[in-house]
Write a protein that binds this ligand. Structure first.
Ligand code: CU
Length: 146
């Protein structure tokens, strides 16, 4: 057997490499985990919904909650759990000019979720379902605070 000793040498070198590289790899991984953990609590600054709080659900009973408070720069996610299409639009009907970012939701199909644009100005915005504009259950209010 001529090749066997050579293979053994290579195997030994690999073991030596692992002995040196192993702890180094662990240290790198530990550092990466630490930096990931410190990034988690950082508040979003890009106009995100701010987590799962800014959600309005539409059902056959109407919108819930009917009044939601958010911070300036945030958006609202509308979730259509109803079995029919809705068209969430800013007041006043039919011009929809009070808070135009709400009009980005617009047509929303059953099972669909759609976001408003960013609410930048502290104010109170009201909206309705343009396809059912007289339905009081589908009237809602978004209060934007500083
Ligand atoms: Cu309308």
């Amino acid at each position: 057997m001529f090749i066997a000793p050579l293979w053994e040498d290579i195997a030994e070198v690999d073991v030596m490499r692992l002995r040196f590289a192993g702890p180094l790899l662990l240290a790198v991984l530990a550092t990466a985990c630490t930096s990931d953990d410190s990034a988690v609590p950082t508040a979003p600054s890009d106009g995100s919904t701010g987590g799962s709080n800014n959600v309005v659900t539409i059902s056959s009973a109407g919108v819930s909650p009917q009044t939601i408070q958010i911070r300036a720069g945030e958006r609202v996610l509308f979730v259509n759990n109803d079995s029919v299409v809705h068209e969430m639009s800013s007041d006043q009907h039919p011009a929809h000019t009070e808070c135009p970012v709400i009009n980005q939701v617009g047509n929303i199909s059953p099972g669909q979720s759609k976001e408003t644009g960013n609410f930048v100005t502290p104010q109170t915005c009201t909206y309705h379902d343009h396809l059912d504009a007289l339905n009081p259950g589908l009237l809602g209010t978004i209060v934007i605070v500083e």
